[in-house]
Design a protein around this ligand. Structure first.
Ligand code: FAD
Length: 385
Protein backbone atom coordinates (compact mmCIF):
# COMPACT_ATOMS: atom_id res chain seq x y z
CA UNK A 1 0.00 0.00 0.00
CA UNK A 2 1.51 3.37 -0.92
CA UNK A 3 -0.88 6.29 -0.45
CA UNK A 4 0.55 9.83 -0.65
CA UNK A 5 -0.86 10.66 2.79
CA UNK A 6 -1.49 8.30 5.71
CA UNK A 7 -3.93 9.80 8.20
CA UNK A 8 -3.85 8.68 11.82
CA UNK A 9 -7.38 9.21 13.25
CA UNK A 10 -10.73 8.76 11.56
CA UNK A 11 -12.54 11.60 13.35
CA UNK A 12 -14.17 14.52 11.58
CA UNK A 13 -10.92 16.20 10.54
CA UNK A 14 -9.09 13.03 9.43
CA UNK A 15 -12.00 11.90 7.25
CA UNK A 16 -12.52 15.37 5.82
CA UNK A 17 -8.87 15.54 4.69
CA UNK A 18 -9.06 12.08 3.16
CA UNK A 19 -12.20 12.95 1.22
CA UNK A 20 -10.87 16.29 -0.02
CA UNK A 21 -7.54 14.82 -1.19
CA UNK A 22 -9.23 11.93 -2.98
CA UNK A 23 -11.57 14.33 -4.77
CA UNK A 24 -8.35 15.63 -6.39
CA UNK A 25 -7.05 12.10 -7.09
CA UNK A 26 -4.46 12.24 -4.32
CA UNK A 27 -4.48 8.88 -2.56
CA UNK A 28 -4.83 8.62 1.22
CA UNK A 29 -5.60 6.03 3.87
CA UNK A 30 -7.19 6.54 7.29
CA UNK A 31 -6.02 4.54 10.32
CA UNK A 32 -8.69 4.54 13.06
CA UNK A 33 -8.08 2.82 16.39
CA UNK A 34 -11.75 2.23 17.27
CA UNK A 35 -14.40 0.04 15.64
CA UNK A 36 -16.46 1.26 12.71
CA UNK A 37 -19.53 3.16 14.06
CA UNK A 38 -22.45 1.26 12.59
CA UNK A 39 -25.15 3.06 14.57
CA UNK A 40 -25.57 5.37 17.54
CA UNK A 41 -28.43 5.52 20.03
CA UNK A 42 -28.58 9.03 21.32
CA UNK A 43 -27.63 12.31 19.69
CA UNK A 44 -26.52 14.69 22.44
CA UNK A 45 -23.21 16.35 21.67
CA UNK A 46 -23.28 19.08 19.05
CA UNK A 47 -20.81 21.22 17.12
CA UNK A 48 -21.15 24.82 16.01
CA UNK A 49 -19.75 25.22 12.52
CA UNK A 50 -18.91 28.60 11.06
CA UNK A 51 -19.92 29.33 7.42
CA UNK A 52 -16.38 28.62 6.23
CA UNK A 53 -16.38 25.08 7.70
CA UNK A 54 -19.90 24.46 6.39
CA UNK A 55 -18.81 25.46 2.88
CA UNK A 56 -15.86 23.04 3.02
CA UNK A 57 -18.32 20.24 3.87
CA UNK A 58 -20.77 21.30 1.14
CA UNK A 59 -17.91 21.23 -1.38
CA UNK A 60 -17.23 17.54 -0.70
CA UNK A 61 -20.96 16.69 -0.79
CA UNK A 62 -21.63 16.14 2.92
CA UNK A 63 -25.33 16.57 3.55
CA UNK A 64 -26.52 16.48 7.18
CA UNK A 65 -29.20 18.41 9.12
CA UNK A 66 -28.07 21.81 10.35
CA UNK A 67 -29.86 24.55 12.27
CA UNK A 68 -29.05 28.15 11.36
CA UNK A 69 -27.97 30.78 13.87
CA UNK A 70 -28.66 34.31 12.66
CA UNK A 71 -28.15 36.15 15.94
CA UNK A 72 -26.32 35.55 19.22
CA UNK A 73 -27.14 37.57 22.34
CA UNK A 74 -24.31 37.56 24.88
CA UNK A 75 -25.21 38.63 28.44
CA UNK A 76 -23.30 39.19 31.63
CA UNK A 77 -25.39 37.23 34.17
CA UNK A 78 -24.25 39.33 37.14
CA UNK A 79 -24.74 42.74 35.54
CA UNK A 80 -26.54 44.51 32.76
CA UNK A 81 -23.81 44.30 30.09
CA UNK A 82 -24.83 42.73 26.81
CA UNK A 83 -23.76 42.45 23.20
CA UNK A 84 -25.67 41.14 20.18
CA UNK A 85 -24.00 39.67 17.13
CA UNK A 86 -26.13 39.45 14.03
CA UNK A 87 -25.49 37.97 10.58
CA UNK A 88 -27.02 41.09 8.98
CA UNK A 89 -24.18 43.23 10.34
CA UNK A 90 -21.72 41.41 8.07
CA UNK A 91 -24.17 40.94 5.17
CA UNK A 92 -24.22 37.21 5.71
CA UNK A 93 -27.17 34.79 5.80
CA UNK A 94 -26.05 33.06 8.98
CA UNK A 95 -23.48 33.39 11.75
CA UNK A 96 -23.13 29.68 12.32
CA UNK A 97 -24.74 26.25 12.02
CA UNK A 98 -25.40 23.61 14.68
CA UNK A 99 -24.97 19.96 13.81
CA UNK A 100 -25.00 16.79 15.89
CA UNK A 101 -21.41 15.53 16.37
CA UNK A 102 -22.42 11.92 15.60
CA UNK A 103 -24.36 12.86 12.43
CA UNK A 104 -21.33 14.65 10.99
CA UNK A 105 -18.75 12.08 12.08
CA UNK A 106 -20.88 9.21 10.76
CA UNK A 107 -21.50 10.90 7.38
CA UNK A 108 -17.77 11.54 6.89
CA UNK A 109 -16.78 8.09 8.11
CA UNK A 110 -19.25 6.50 5.67
CA UNK A 111 -17.76 8.46 2.79
CA UNK A 112 -14.22 7.25 3.58
CA UNK A 113 -15.13 3.64 4.52
CA UNK A 114 -13.23 2.07 1.61
CA UNK A 115 -10.10 3.97 2.54
CA UNK A 116 -10.20 3.25 6.31
CA UNK A 117 -8.50 0.57 8.36
CA UNK A 118 -10.34 0.20 11.68
CA UNK A 119 -9.13 -1.18 15.04
CA UNK A 120 -5.47 -0.58 14.36
CA UNK A 121 -2.92 2.17 14.99
CA UNK A 122 0.53 3.24 13.89
CA UNK A 123 3.17 1.49 15.98
CA UNK A 124 6.34 2.76 14.35
CA UNK A 125 7.53 4.99 11.53
CA UNK A 126 10.85 4.71 9.71
CA UNK A 127 11.85 7.89 7.89
CA UNK A 128 13.96 7.48 4.74
CA UNK A 129 16.26 10.03 3.17
CA UNK A 130 15.09 13.12 1.26
CA UNK A 131 11.66 12.78 -0.29
CA UNK A 132 11.48 8.98 -0.24
CA UNK A 133 8.29 7.54 1.32
CA UNK A 134 8.41 6.53 5.01
CA UNK A 135 7.78 2.99 6.19
CA UNK A 136 4.78 2.87 8.53
CA UNK A 137 4.24 -0.19 10.72
CA UNK A 138 0.76 -0.77 12.11
CA UNK A 139 -0.14 -2.55 15.37
CA UNK A 140 -1.21 -5.62 13.32
CA UNK A 141 2.24 -5.55 11.59
CA UNK A 142 0.83 -4.38 8.23
CA UNK A 143 3.16 -2.00 6.38
CA UNK A 144 2.31 1.17 4.48
CA UNK A 145 4.68 3.37 2.45
CA UNK A 146 3.68 7.00 2.42
CA UNK A 147 5.14 10.46 1.74
CA UNK A 148 3.31 12.25 4.53
CA UNK A 149 1.74 11.22 7.84
CA UNK A 150 -1.06 13.46 9.13
CA UNK A 151 -1.79 13.21 12.87
CA UNK A 152 -5.56 13.82 13.15
CA UNK A 153 -5.81 11.60 16.21
CA UNK A 154 -7.13 14.08 18.76
CA UNK A 155 -5.73 15.65 21.89
CA UNK A 156 -3.54 12.73 23.02
CA UNK A 157 -2.09 12.35 19.56
CA UNK A 158 -0.11 9.20 18.90
CA UNK A 159 1.66 10.95 16.01
CA UNK A 160 2.84 13.73 18.35
CA UNK A 161 4.32 11.04 20.60
CA UNK A 162 5.99 9.20 17.70
CA UNK A 163 7.39 12.57 16.53
CA UNK A 164 8.60 13.37 20.09
CA UNK A 165 6.68 16.65 20.02
CA UNK A 166 5.93 17.88 23.55
CA UNK A 167 2.61 19.67 24.18
CA UNK A 168 2.24 22.79 26.32
CA UNK A 169 -0.85 22.16 28.42
CA UNK A 170 -3.19 24.14 30.66
CA UNK A 171 -6.02 23.07 32.96
CA UNK A 172 -9.09 25.35 33.03
CA UNK A 173 -10.24 23.56 36.23
CA UNK A 174 -13.69 23.57 34.64
CA UNK A 175 -16.08 20.92 33.35
CA UNK A 176 -18.12 21.30 30.17
CA UNK A 177 -21.64 19.96 30.63
CA UNK A 178 -23.83 19.33 27.61
CA UNK A 179 -27.40 18.12 27.04
CA UNK A 180 -30.36 18.73 24.77
CA UNK A 181 -33.45 20.65 25.91
CA UNK A 182 -37.06 21.41 25.03
CA UNK A 183 -37.69 25.13 25.30
CA UNK A 184 -40.28 27.75 24.41
CA UNK A 185 -37.96 30.25 22.71
CA UNK A 186 -39.89 31.75 19.80
CA UNK A 187 -37.07 32.57 17.39
CA UNK A 188 -35.58 29.33 15.93
CA UNK A 189 -32.45 31.18 14.76
CA UNK A 190 -31.45 32.91 17.99
CA UNK A 191 -28.71 31.67 20.36
CA UNK A 192 -27.73 32.99 23.78
CA UNK A 193 -24.60 32.96 25.86
CA UNK A 194 -24.64 34.00 29.51
CA UNK A 195 -21.44 34.60 31.49
CA UNK A 196 -22.17 34.21 35.20
CA UNK A 197 -20.73 32.84 38.42
CA UNK A 198 -22.82 29.70 37.79
CA UNK A 199 -20.78 29.15 34.65
CA UNK A 200 -20.61 30.06 30.98
CA UNK A 201 -23.97 28.95 29.61
CA UNK A 202 -24.64 28.69 25.86
CA UNK A 203 -27.98 27.64 24.43
CA UNK A 204 -28.34 27.15 20.68
CA UNK A 205 -31.16 25.96 18.37
CA UNK A 206 -31.02 22.38 17.08
CA UNK A 207 -31.97 21.23 13.58
CA UNK A 208 -35.80 21.23 13.55
CA UNK A 209 -37.39 17.78 13.97
CA UNK A 210 -40.96 17.08 15.13
CA UNK A 211 -41.21 15.84 18.71
CA UNK A 212 -37.45 16.23 19.24
CA UNK A 213 -35.54 18.60 21.53
CA UNK A 214 -35.29 22.16 20.26
CA UNK A 215 -32.00 23.32 21.77
CA UNK A 216 -28.54 22.23 22.83
CA UNK A 217 -26.83 23.52 25.97
CA UNK A 218 -23.05 23.72 26.48
CA UNK A 219 -22.34 24.90 30.02
CA UNK A 220 -18.83 25.29 31.50
CA UNK A 221 -18.68 25.18 35.30
CA UNK A 222 -15.77 25.71 37.71
CA UNK A 223 -14.83 22.33 39.20
CA UNK A 224 -15.00 23.66 42.75
CA UNK A 225 -18.76 24.19 42.30
CA UNK A 226 -19.17 20.51 41.39
CA UNK A 227 -17.20 19.11 44.31
CA UNK A 228 -20.09 17.69 46.31
CA UNK A 229 -22.64 16.96 43.64
CA UNK A 230 -23.00 15.28 40.28
CA UNK A 231 -23.12 17.37 37.11
CA UNK A 232 -26.76 16.38 36.66
CA UNK A 233 -27.69 17.58 40.19
CA UNK A 234 -25.89 20.87 39.49
CA UNK A 235 -27.83 21.33 36.25
CA UNK A 236 -31.20 20.59 37.88
CA UNK A 237 -30.49 23.00 40.77
CA UNK A 238 -29.24 25.90 38.67
CA UNK A 239 -31.14 25.81 35.37
CA UNK A 240 -33.88 28.12 36.79
CA UNK A 241 -31.31 30.93 37.10
CA UNK A 242 -30.83 30.91 33.31
CA UNK A 243 -34.57 30.43 32.65
CA UNK A 244 -35.16 33.66 34.59
CA UNK A 245 -32.32 35.51 32.90
CA UNK A 246 -33.52 34.51 29.42
CA UNK A 247 -37.27 34.60 30.16
CA UNK A 248 -37.91 31.07 28.87
CA UNK A 249 -38.58 27.49 29.95
CA UNK A 250 -35.64 25.11 29.49
CA UNK A 251 -36.53 21.44 30.07
CA UNK A 252 -33.71 18.89 30.08
CA UNK A 253 -34.40 16.27 27.38
CA UNK A 254 -31.37 13.93 27.35
CA UNK A 255 -28.64 12.45 29.50
CA UNK A 256 -26.20 15.02 30.84
CA UNK A 257 -22.68 14.51 29.41
CA UNK A 258 -19.56 16.09 30.87
CA UNK A 259 -15.95 16.69 29.79
CA UNK A 260 -12.97 18.03 31.76
CA UNK A 261 -11.61 21.14 30.11
CA UNK A 262 -7.93 21.48 29.25
CA UNK A 263 -6.07 23.31 26.54
CA UNK A 264 -2.92 22.31 24.72
CA UNK A 265 -0.74 23.47 21.85
CA UNK A 266 2.66 22.77 20.34
CA UNK A 267 5.65 24.99 19.52
CA UNK A 268 6.01 22.94 16.31
CA UNK A 269 3.37 21.10 14.30
CA UNK A 270 5.90 19.34 12.06
CA UNK A 271 8.69 16.82 12.51
CA UNK A 272 10.17 15.27 9.35
CA UNK A 273 7.25 13.78 7.39
CA UNK A 274 4.86 13.95 10.37
CA UNK A 275 2.39 16.78 10.91
CA UNK A 276 -0.32 17.60 13.48
CA UNK A 277 -3.77 18.83 12.43
CA UNK A 278 -7.00 19.70 14.34
CA UNK A 279 -7.28 18.68 17.99
CA UNK A 280 -4.03 16.74 17.65
CA UNK A 281 -2.28 20.13 17.33
CA UNK A 282 -4.39 22.25 19.69
CA UNK A 283 -7.44 22.19 21.92
CA UNK A 284 -9.25 25.21 23.33
CA UNK A 285 -12.08 26.16 25.66
CA UNK A 286 -15.47 25.46 23.99
CA UNK A 287 -16.89 28.88 25.01
CA UNK A 288 -16.87 30.23 21.46
CA UNK A 289 -17.50 26.87 19.77
CA UNK A 290 -14.35 27.27 17.68
CA UNK A 291 -12.52 23.94 18.24
CA UNK A 292 -13.69 22.13 15.14
CA UNK A 293 -13.56 25.33 13.07
CA UNK A 294 -9.84 25.71 13.78
CA UNK A 295 -9.49 22.07 12.74
CA UNK A 296 -11.28 22.72 9.45
CA UNK A 297 -9.13 25.80 8.78
CA UNK A 298 -6.02 23.64 9.43
CA UNK A 299 -7.33 20.90 7.15
CA UNK A 300 -8.10 23.41 4.40
CA UNK A 301 -4.59 24.93 4.52
CA UNK A 302 -2.96 21.47 4.58
CA UNK A 303 -5.00 20.19 1.60
CA UNK A 304 -4.46 23.43 -0.34
CA UNK A 305 -0.67 23.14 -0.01
CA UNK A 306 -0.66 19.50 -1.17
CA UNK A 307 -3.12 20.03 -4.03
CA UNK A 308 -1.24 23.14 -5.24
CA UNK A 309 2.01 21.21 -5.40
CA UNK A 310 0.34 18.32 -7.29
CA UNK A 311 -1.55 20.51 -9.72
CA UNK A 312 1.61 22.39 -10.67
CA UNK A 313 3.23 18.96 -11.10
CA UNK A 314 6.32 20.11 -9.22
CA UNK A 315 8.33 17.50 -7.42
CA UNK A 316 6.79 17.31 -4.01
CA UNK A 317 9.15 18.71 -1.44
CA UNK A 318 7.25 17.39 1.54
CA UNK A 319 9.17 19.43 4.10
CA UNK A 320 8.32 22.66 2.26
CA UNK A 321 4.61 21.74 2.07
CA UNK A 322 4.46 20.99 5.77
CA UNK A 323 6.39 24.13 6.73
CA UNK A 324 4.03 26.30 4.68
CA UNK A 325 1.06 24.69 6.41
CA UNK A 326 2.61 25.27 9.83
CA UNK A 327 3.34 28.95 9.09
CA UNK A 328 -0.24 29.52 7.91
CA UNK A 329 -1.89 27.95 10.94
CA UNK A 330 0.24 27.98 14.09
CA UNK A 331 -0.04 31.66 15.07
CA UNK A 332 -3.74 31.91 14.15
CA UNK A 333 -4.52 28.92 16.38
CA UNK A 334 -2.45 30.27 19.26
CA UNK A 335 -4.16 33.68 18.99
CA UNK A 336 -7.59 32.02 19.24
CA UNK A 337 -6.48 29.89 22.21
CA UNK A 338 -5.09 32.90 24.10
CA UNK A 339 -8.20 34.98 23.34
CA UNK A 340 -10.45 32.25 24.77
CA UNK A 341 -8.26 32.09 27.90
CA UNK A 342 -8.58 35.87 28.30
CA UNK A 343 -12.39 35.66 28.20
CA UNK A 344 -12.46 32.72 30.63
CA UNK A 345 -10.30 34.71 33.08
CA UNK A 346 -12.20 37.99 33.00
CA UNK A 347 -15.58 36.34 33.32
CA UNK A 348 -14.38 34.13 36.17
CA UNK A 349 -13.11 37.11 38.17
CA UNK A 350 -14.92 38.16 41.36
CA UNK A 351 -13.04 41.46 41.43
CA UNK A 352 -15.58 44.29 41.54
CA UNK A 353 -13.62 46.56 39.16
CA UNK A 354 -13.22 43.81 36.57
CA UNK A 355 -16.95 43.06 36.85
CA UNK A 356 -17.78 46.73 36.29
CA UNK A 357 -15.35 46.94 33.36
CA UNK A 358 -16.75 43.85 31.64
CA UNK A 359 -20.27 45.29 31.88
CA UNK A 360 -19.12 48.56 30.35
CA UNK A 361 -16.91 46.63 27.90
CA UNK A 362 -19.72 44.43 26.55
CA UNK A 363 -22.15 47.31 26.09
CA UNK A 364 -19.36 49.53 24.70
CA UNK A 365 -18.33 47.00 22.04
CA UNK A 366 -22.03 46.55 21.23
CA UNK A 367 -22.17 50.23 20.25
CA UNK A 368 -18.87 50.21 18.31
CA UNK A 369 -19.63 48.99 14.80
CA UNK A 370 -16.10 48.31 13.54
CA UNK A 371 -15.13 46.31 16.67
CA UNK A 372 -18.28 44.22 16.41
CA UNK A 373 -17.65 43.54 12.73
CA UNK A 374 -14.09 42.50 13.57
CA UNK A 375 -15.27 39.97 16.18
CA UNK A 376 -18.01 38.58 13.95
CA UNK A 377 -15.78 38.22 10.89
CA UNK A 378 -13.25 36.37 13.01
CA UNK A 379 -15.86 34.00 14.44
CA UNK A 380 -17.42 33.17 11.07
CA UNK A 381 -14.04 32.29 9.58
CA UNK A 382 -13.72 35.23 7.16
CA UNK A 383 -10.24 36.18 8.40
CA UNK A 384 -8.29 33.52 6.55
CA UNK A 385 -4.63 33.59 5.49
C1 FAD B 1 -18.16 19.70 25.43
C2 FAD B 1 -17.50 20.09 24.16
C3 FAD B 1 -18.20 20.88 23.29
C4 FAD B 1 -17.61 21.27 22.10
N1 FAD B 1 -18.32 22.07 21.30
C5 FAD B 1 -17.77 22.51 20.16
C6 FAD B 1 -18.49 23.38 19.30
O1 FAD B 1 -19.64 23.76 19.53
N2 FAD B 1 -17.88 23.80 18.17
C7 FAD B 1 -16.61 23.43 17.87
O2 FAD B 1 -16.07 23.89 16.85
N3 FAD B 1 -15.90 22.57 18.64
C8 FAD B 1 -16.44 22.11 19.79
N4 FAD B 1 -15.73 21.25 20.57
C9 FAD B 1 -14.41 20.78 20.12
C10 FAD B 1 -14.54 19.67 19.05
O3 FAD B 1 -15.32 18.62 19.54
C11 FAD B 1 -13.15 19.17 18.64
O4 FAD B 1 -12.38 20.29 18.24
C12 FAD B 1 -13.23 18.18 17.46
O5 FAD B 1 -13.99 17.04 17.80
C13 FAD B 1 -11.83 17.74 17.04
O6 FAD B 1 -11.91 16.88 15.92
P1 FAD B 1 -10.66 16.00 15.48
O7 FAD B 1 -11.14 15.17 14.33
O8 FAD B 1 -9.46 16.87 15.32
O9 FAD B 1 -10.33 15.08 16.76
P2 FAD B 1 -11.22 13.99 17.48
O10 FAD B 1 -12.67 14.31 17.42
O11 FAD B 1 -10.61 13.82 18.85
O12 FAD B 1 -10.97 12.66 16.63
C14 FAD B 1 -9.78 11.90 16.74
C15 FAD B 1 -9.99 10.52 16.13
O13 FAD B 1 -8.74 9.81 16.20
C16 FAD B 1 -8.95 8.51 16.75
N5 FAD B 1 -7.69 8.11 17.42
C17 FAD B 1 -7.23 8.51 18.63
N6 FAD B 1 -6.02 7.95 18.87
C18 FAD B 1 -5.71 7.20 17.78
C19 FAD B 1 -4.60 6.40 17.42
N7 FAD B 1 -3.56 6.23 18.25
N8 FAD B 1 -4.60 5.78 16.21
C20 FAD B 1 -5.67 5.91 15.36
N9 FAD B 1 -6.76 6.65 15.68
C21 FAD B 1 -6.78 7.30 16.86
C22 FAD B 1 -10.14 8.67 17.67
O14 FAD B 1 -10.79 7.42 17.90
C23 FAD B 1 -11.01 9.66 16.86
O15 FAD B 1 -11.83 8.99 15.93
C24 FAD B 1 -16.28 20.84 21.76
C25 FAD B 1 -15.58 20.00 22.63
C26 FAD B 1 -16.17 19.66 23.83
C27 FAD B 1 -15.38 18.80 24.78
Amino acid sequence: MSPVVTISGGGIIGNYISSRLNSKNIKSIVIEKSKEDVAYNQNIRTLTLNPFSKRLLDDIGIDVNYSEIKQINVLDGEGTGSINFSAKEINSDNLSYVVFFNDLKFALQKKELERTLFQTHIKDIKEHKDNDPCEIILSDEKKIYSNLIAGCDGRNSNIAKLASLEPITGDYKQTAITFTALTNFEDPNLAFQVFSEKGIFAIMPLPAQKGKPTHTVVWSVDNKRLEEQTEEDYVRKNISYFEKKLGAEINIHSDVLSFNLFNHYFENYVSGSLVLIGDAAHSIHPLAGQGINLGFADADAFCEEIVNAYERKITIDKRLILKKYEIRRKNMNLLMLKSMDFFVDIFRSDNLYIRMLRNIGLSGVNKTKFLKKFFINHAVGKNKI
